[in-house]
Structures are given as structure tokens and as C-alpha cells.
Design a binder for this molecule. Sequence first.
Ligand code: VAH
Length: 326
Amino acid sequence: MQPTILVTGANGQLGSVLIPALRGRYGSERVIASDIRSVPNYRGRFELIDATDADRLTQVVREQNVTQIYHLAAILSASGEQQPIRTWNINMSAFLNVLEVSRQEGIDKVFYPSSIAVFGEGAELDHTPNDSVLDPLTSYGISKAAGENWAQYYFAKYGLDVRSIRYPGVIGHQSDPGGGTTDYAVEIFHAAVQGKPFSCFLQADERLPMIFMDDAIRATLELMEAPKENIRIRTSYNLAGASFSPEEVTAAIRQYYPDFDVSYVPDYRQEIAAKWPNSIDDSAARGDWGWQPEYDLKKMAKTMIEALQKRYNRETPLLGNNQFAA
Ligand code: VAH
């Protein structure tokens, strides 16, 4: 039987791309987008839901006969640090609502997005293992680590099939990020294609785990469709795409825009990034449910630039022998 899927936080960076992907996979009528605010001229099934409102969540689940919930609503790392207690309260109450409503209403599957932000200074910086100690140093990371443990608790105690991925920084052209420490890696492509100089809020050599949006969405669907018995980890799976630093992504962009002007002006987000891993060991995801990334930095840069040139109607820059770099 086809699922009826409710997505919270559907207007965010991930949700804006996950909704069409789910609708393409299961049919438009089977996927309900929801968010705390509606967007004008939204097409498709949409419900206004503040995920911190358990009664509203219950009402929609019951009225729409929801069978799966993808819970994306959360305040991210950088903006979360402006009001750490509010971030904790919102992120935790929303996810606990999703878990309780799912338990009470017999939801089949729940997706919970965690993040490499759950790692702190106690974890190895390179090839960070899935079972590293979680000692996050942002309110967002603390809420994500707590959420992972609640996910495992609801599976162990109630048998609720909650599945989770620790996303790296997600890089995509289809939607704009908001409030993330890794958002520089999206903004830099927009600046390059628009011919504008870019001031990076991280230091040049700050390497972070990243993933291209298409890989992140495919991983999410592959995890959720994997046989239940394959899901050995019920806190969250590390996921790796391509790790890079601002200077490395700048070099990749300069293959297309040789004169691209980048400066480095680290701000408070540098302190956050410095405590996150440089790279992630995702061997558990590869072994348990067959994860395999398809985008390295070179392919990501080419895809981002070509897509943003169409979005900004910018002519392809003539380069060298008037061709794109291979
Ligand atoms: C953030 N984009 O920067 C998110 C993500 C790994 C980073 O969780 O907060």
C-alpha cells in the first residue's frame, strides 16, 4: 500500500527539494508539505503546522491518514546560537511531538535529520567514526544528539521505526539555505555566477564534510526504503559526500571564473566550524543500506555553476579554448 507522507519544515533548504522527490516517487497526492508559514502560490497538498503544537500535528495526521512523517523542522546551528535555549526548546519539543504522535497514531516510519554538528572536540577530526562520543558545542548540535537518543528510545521501547542520517553541509542550487554554518558553500556559488566578490565567514583552510543536494536526497530515500532488518543503527548514520575547505571550493570555481574575487573574514561561525569534523566515516551506511555518493567537489561545482547560470540567465563564460573545464 502506498504511504501518505507528511513533511514538516517543507519550505526549508532540504524540504524544498525533498517534496518534489517524494512526489515523483510516490505520487503528488501522497505527499503533504507542511510548515509554520505558507508560501504564496504553493502548488500541491499543504498544511500549516507549527510542529511544537502537538494537537495540530495530531489533527493533520488523523484527518489526512498520514502513515509516514519526515520531520525537517528545526533551527540550525548558526542562527540557533543567537538564542540557544529557544533553539533547544523548539527543536526538542517539535521532535518529541513527532515521536509521541507517531507512537499514538501508529505511524509506520519516521525520518529524523541529524547532523555532523553532533560531534564536538571529543571526536576524531578526520574520518570521524559513527560511534564517536557526542559532545556537541552548539545548541543545535545538543538538540540533534538528544534527538538521536530519543529516536533510539522510541524504537527500543515502542518499536517505532525511526530512521536518521547525520547530514554534512548540504549544497544545492534548487533552494536557499538559512542559518547554517555551512551556508557559505552555497552562497559562494551564487556570488561567482553573478560576477560578485565573495567574503567568506570561515577561514580559508576550514575543511568540513559536505554533500551535494541530489546525493543527500537520494540517501534519504534509500535509507527510508531499506528493509527494516538492515537498519542496525537506531541513533543516526554518518553520511559523507565530499569534504572541502573554502579555498578548495574557490579553486574549483576558478576553473570556470578565473578572476573570481574571494576574501576571508571569519566570524562567530568559524568557532562553530572549527569544532566539527574535517571528514566523516560513513562505512556503516555503505554496509547496512548500500550508500554510495555520486558527487565529488569537481562534479558538484560543475553542476552548481551550470544550474545557477540558467537561474540567473548568465551566459556561460568563455574559458581557455572557449569550453567548460572538463
Ligand atoms: C548547519 N547546514 O550548518 C547545517 C548542518 C552540518 C551543518 O547541520 O547548521
